[in-house]
Design a protein around this ligand. Structure first.
Ligand code: ZN
Length: 178
């Protein structure tokens, strides 16, 4: 992972919408590994080819197996690759433990962390529930379904609602007391 540490760190510490969370960093890193193996096997990685393959590897089991055998047939060591894929927990631990010397984890950062970790957990749980409902035929969609979880904050005085990350970024929920 060492070669990519700088890029991981850069994206992790970026400001505003450029900032990637652990989950997005894990996706970025895993897609990078997949692209490298696809390149080695001589497959096209133009456009979003690797991204879309990675997404499908992470979707329904049937879809994932289809993509996996397609890649295996093309010479991509897919089983090894899949066991090398990292979770957001690995990225989090890695950034904290291995890079702590370079990272400013001063007071205040645990709050963003707590929000991100619980949002990731919620997303994972909902994804599993949605997958199960789809398998049981109780939820239908024309394509792959992705889940996004956003916690919102609301001022009980003026009822302004804002996503928690935006509120933290701009440092206010509302200004109804101005
Ligand atoms: Zn208000």
């Amino acid at each position: 992972m060492e070669r990519y540490e700088e890029q991981l760190l850069e994206q992790w510490q970026a400001d505003g919408p450029q900032r990637k969370g652990y989950r997005q960093l894990a996706e970025w890193f895993n897609t990078l590994m997949l692209r490298r193996e696809m390149d080695r096997a001589g497959l096209s990685t133009l456009g979003d080819e690797a991204e879309s393959k990675y997404e499908r590897l992470r979707s329904d089991e049937a879809v994932a197996e289809e993509v996996a055998s397609e890649l295996a047939n093309a010479g991509v060591p897919i089983e090894r690759l899949r066991s090398d894929f990292v979770s957001y927990g690995v990225i989090r631990t890695h950034l904290k433990e291995c890079l702590s010397a370079d990272v400013d984890l001063s007071s205040g950062d645990w709050e963003r962390d707590a929000i991100e970790i619980s949002t990731d957990h919620a997303t994972t749980k909902i994804e599993a529930a949605v997958r199960s409902l789809r398998n049981k035929g109780r939820l239908s969609a024309g394509g792959d379904v992705s889940v996004s979880v956003t916690a919102e904050l609301e001022c009980e005085n003026c009822h302004a609602r804002v996503p928690v990350d935006r509120a933290i970024r701009r440092e206010y929920v509302c200004r109804c007391d101005d």
